[in-house]
Design a protein around this ligand. Structure first.
Ligand code: ATP
Length: 150
């Protein structure tokens, strides 16, 4: 459990915040985030920096366990002891509704096949990217669950 003085030695406090709530606050060993310029990894003691996020996968490791979240745009601030992700939208893998993501993939693919105004095509392209990401993260989470029980 994180304290007001910071995380335990050798750990990073990872906080993921969306406009309506604090989605995650957890001590972790490693974070990988989808920066606009590419994915980057953070270990404890990392130098300060601030960057923007693209649509992508946030991964964090606690011991041997790797967990996944989808993040859609926003900012990330890194300090030697803390990573703060301010995402426009984010979901934990276990909260993703796979049927909804699959339906969104189908809708976006149909829209792209139909074509349309440049703005409609761009919107469908972004929807497809988001929905495929959600599906990938949810599928991986389900696979992890199956590996744990087998
Ligand atoms: P859809 O087309 O299925 O409505 P969307 O891409 O338009 O999805 P967003 O605008 O990105 O949805 O997100 C709106 C809200 O819905 C956010 O709170 C987001 O976390 C949630 N959300 C979207 N898709 C899913 C999903 N597959 N599972 C769980 N939550 C989702």
């Amino acid at each position: 459990m994180a304290s007001v003085t910071g995380p335990s030695p050798g750990k990073i406090l990872l906080e993921v915040v969306t406009p309506d709530h604090l989605l995650l606050s957890k001590e972790v060993d490693y974070v990988s985030a989808p920066g606009s310029e590419g994915d980057f990894g953070v270990l404890p003691g990392h130098c300060h920096f601030l960057t923007t996020l693209r649509i992508g996968e946030l991964q964090f490791r606690v011991g041997e366990k790797i967990e996944y979240m989808s993040v859609l745009w926003g900012f990330v601030e890194v300090t030697p002891t803390k990573v703060t992700v301010l995402a426009e939208v984010a979901e934990k893998a276990e909260d993703i509704d796979v049927d909804r993501a699959e339906a969104a993939v189908r809708r976006a693919e149909e829209q792209l096949e139909r074509g349309g105004l440049p703005s409609e095509v761009e919107e469908a392209r972004v929807s497809l990217e988001k929905a495929r990401l959600r599906k990938k993260i949810a599928d991986r989470h389900r696979q992890q669950g199956r590996q744990r029980v087998s």
